[in-house]
Design a protein around this ligand. Structure first.
Ligand SMILES: NC(=O)c1ccc[n+]([C@@H]2O[C@H](COP(=O)([O-])OP(=O)(O)OC[C@H]3O[C@@H](n4cnc5c(N)ncnc54)[C@H](O)[C@@H]3O)[C@@H](O)[C@H]2O)c1
Ligand SMILES: [Zn+2]
Length: 348
């Protein structure tokens, strides 16, 4: 199969590669339609590694995917050929302790597309367990289906926050993940979400959504904006989605007494947390690692029309232009939120 292969750091090729396509009894085979380009794919391309995950052999990129079922395994009763689907890229060991506890996202044995040494799905076909494959509602496009994966991170963050209707939230960092968190927090009942960044074009994209209030930290401090928006009380929930060590320094200044801080951004190096500041407000601290049992809910929200991810798809490339898509993504243009690659030549 022809696939987008990361040969090594900085070198991509679109070439033939042998990928396992045997359909096991509990698997489905999917003709891939749309794949989103994620920050992690780009990071493997530009840096060859993320933390301890190092690209040591050629690896197919891509993990945000939607497509059509073309074959079903002998035991599969929930899907038929022709079903439109999206896929959860991480597959845990089904009999692990973590999986039995329902926290399969933190199963140490999880195998995740396009995380070395596991191949991703920027290729015409993939085989995947039916249990981690989700039917797209009729009114959800392939493009939206391929957005479910990053949105699921926002949904997991909103779930961990335990939002109470009317809560005021802050999201630090207006990248794709920050925006996904803000949308999930609004869908989860927040009355408004302040989102901070120093990039005006990024904030402008987020501000097109009712309920999202942009805070340009190049112009005013986040602490001032939150104080003004909450009568000096602080935000009920603060989501950290920048991964920047600077953001951690005054994290507890903007949360209200008894509020929650949800950590999503992954700093490259360990960072210091101001524990006395957290304790003095009895702040609840939560962490998020990807998602578990979120895809169906995310699809329901998108299908309901309460969450519209379409404005975040800022560029679409043909499969034959995938290297160009990655070169564009690697430039990190602020007006690019999500670039997608079409495997079939048709939008939808
Ligand atoms: N926990 C998880 O499961 C998970 C999953 C995916 C991504 N992540 C992490 O989430 C973070 C965000 O991902 P992304 O793809 O949106 O990255 P991104 O780099 O596109 O976005 C980060 C944004 O934060 C902004 N920023 C930097 N410093 C800031 C500060 N002090 N205050 C406010 N904004 C600031 C940047 O300008 C940028 O717009 C990354 O650290 C990524 O590794 C975590
Ligand atoms: Zn992703």
């Amino acid at each position: 199969m022809r696939a987008l292969v990361l040969e090594k750091k900085g070198e991509l090729s679109l070439r033939e590669i042998a990928l396992p396509l045997d359909v096991g009894p509990d698997d489905v085979k999917i003709a891939i339609h749309t794949v989103g380009v994620c920050g992690s794919d780009v990071h493997y391309y530009t840096h060859g590694a993320i933390g301890s995950y190092v690209v040591r052999a050629p690896m197919v990129l891509g993990h945000e995917a939607a497509g059509t079922v073309v074959e079903t395994g002998a035991n599969v009763e929930t899907f038929k050929v022709g079903d439109r689907v999206c896929m959860e890229p991480g597959v845990p060991n089904l009999s692990s302790r973590a999986t039995k506890l329902g926290i399969y996202n933190v199963d140490p044995d999880v195998s995740f597309w396009a995380t070395p040494p596991v191949h991703g799905v920027l290729a015409p076909y993939a085989v995947h367990p039916a249990a981690f494959t989700y039917k797209l509602p009729d009114n959800v496009s392939f493009a939206e289906g391929a957005m479910v994966e990053p949105f699921a991170i926002g949904m997991q963050a909103a779930s961990r926050a335990r939002i109470v209707p009317g809560d005021v939230a802050v999201v630090i960092g207006c990248g794709p993940i920050g925006i996904m968190i803000a949308l999930a927090a609004l869908a989860g009942g927040c009355s408004k979400v302040l989102i901070s960044d120093f990039s005006a074009p990024k904030l402008k994209i987020a501000a097109q959504y009712a309920g999202i209030v942009p805070v340009n930290i190049g112009e005013r401090s986040l602490a001032d904006a939150v104080a003004a928006a909450t009568d000096n009380w602080g935000a009920d929930i603060v989501f950290e989605a920048s991964g920047s060590p600077k953001a951690f320094a005054d994290l507890f200044d903007v949360v209200r007494p008894g509020g929650a801080v949800v950590l999503v951004g992954l700093p490259v190096e360990p960072v210091v947390l101001n524990v006395p500041a957290a304790i003095s407000k009895e702040v609840r601290i939560e962490t998020v690692f990807r998602y578990a049992n979120i895809f169906d809910r995310a699809l329901q929200l998108i299908a309901s029309g309460k969450v519209d991810l379409k404005p975040l798809i800022t560029g679409t490339y043909d499969f034959s232009d995938s290297i160009e898509a990655f070169e564009r993504a690697a430039q990190g243009k602020p007006e690019d939120v999500k670039l997608q690659i079409l495997l079939t030549g048709e939008k939808g």
